[in-house]
Design a binder for this molecule. Structure first.
Ligand code: CA
Length: 229
């Protein structure tokens, strides 16, 4: 899955360098030069991660990070702060704005990408390309293949994303609305019932390889993928 990254940086040269490097690395990039522009991007659709410069004209990056952390819709969005000096990192960390990482300028594109990958892997494992294997069920994101003992399981795109999400967060119970946010994406207005329909299809496909019991219904809460019987 392609991750969308919002770059909030007022210096054109740096903004260009960052967005070029990110696009080269396969990310979809949106740019904003201040908090106001950044907010309108976020209001359109939630990015997977925000790269946020501390020193911005108008509202500072630190203040914008606080705004994101306060709102229910954006409070868990991964944020990497960009700062001009190393001392600023201590200051930001001291402010406890809840950024996931901090990078000091100047930085190499390679370092930036490595930090982004690390944050995304930790915070959004469902968009990582790492192979996952649970209870004999193997999922390879890069090729969209699901196999059990080399036998392929055919799944539609939504069931694939649903299974990828559940396998990336196994053992955890997800409510229907959490699954809608994580699988269908932010700002998609579909009914909770839709989740049940796709869970049913997913189970049916997994039944063929006798793995449908990996998807468990947790009464009154939602669904969980678990290897434990
Ligand atoms: Ca700046």
């Amino acid at each position: 899955m392609t991750a969308t990254i919002l770059v909030v940086e007022d210096e054109p040269a740096i903004q260009e360098l960052i967005s070029y490097s990110l696009r080269q690395a396969g990310y979809v990039v949106f740019c904003a030069e201040d908090a106001e522009q950044a907010m309108s991007v976020v209001n359109e659709a939630l990015p997977a991660l925000v790269l946020l410069d501390w020193m911005l004209p108008g509202m500072s990056g630190v203040e914008f990070a606080r705004v994101l952390r306060r709102a229910a819709r954006t409070k868990t969005i991964p944020i990497i702060m960009l700062t001009a000096r190393a001392e600023e990192i201590d200051k930001i960390a001291g402010l406890e704005i809840g950024a996931d990482d901090y990078i000091t300028k100047p930085f190499s594109p390679r370092e930036l990408i490595a930090r982004i990958k690390a944050v995304l892997r930790r915070r959004l494992p469902e968009i990582s390309d790492d192979m996952i294997e649970i209870g004999g069920l193997k999922l390879v994101p890069s090729t969209h293949r699901i196999t059990v003992n080399d036998q392929e399981v055919a799944l539609g795109p939504t069931e694939f994303r649903l299974l990828h999400f559940l396998m990336s967060h196994s053992e955890r119970v997800h409510t229907r609305s959490q699954l809608l946010d994580g699988v269908w994406g932010d700002h998609v207005f579909v009914e909770d019932r839709t989740v049940d329909v796709h869970i049913r299809r997913l189970r049916k496909a997994l039944e063929i390889v006798a793995k449908d019991d990996l998807i468990q219904t947790v009464r009154g809460s939602g669904y969980r993928l678990s290897d434990a019987r």
